[in-house]
Design a binder for this molecule. Structure first.
Ligand SMILES: [Zn+2]
Length: 80
């Protein structure tokens, strides 16, 4: 019976014996397995805002600006 239970719901690796479940961040990216006992502790290893969508605040994609800089400043300025 215990073997069958183990197959269906593996216990958490923290040793609590609780059923583990996967944790995901705000983008549904898998973080780790945890149970109710150790969830807070394991989430503490990550950034506190990891459960939120952390790319919505500031624009990171600035490809146009980067390309302009590369064109404006040649790679080897001494080779005129
Ligand atoms: Zn646990």
């Amino acid at each position: 019976m215990s073997a069958n239970t183990k197959l269906c719901a593996p216990p958490c690796d923290c040793g609590s014996g609780e059923t583990r479940y996967p944790l995901y961040d705000g983008y549904n990216i898998f973080l780790c397995y945890a149970c109710d006992i150790c969830k807070e502790q394991k989430l503490g290893r990550y950034r506190p805002d990891i459960m939120e969508k952390y790319l919505c605040d500031e624009p990171i994609e600035e490809d146009d600006g980067v390309d302009d800089d590369v064109a404006r400043f040649p790679l080897y300025p001494w080779e005129k």
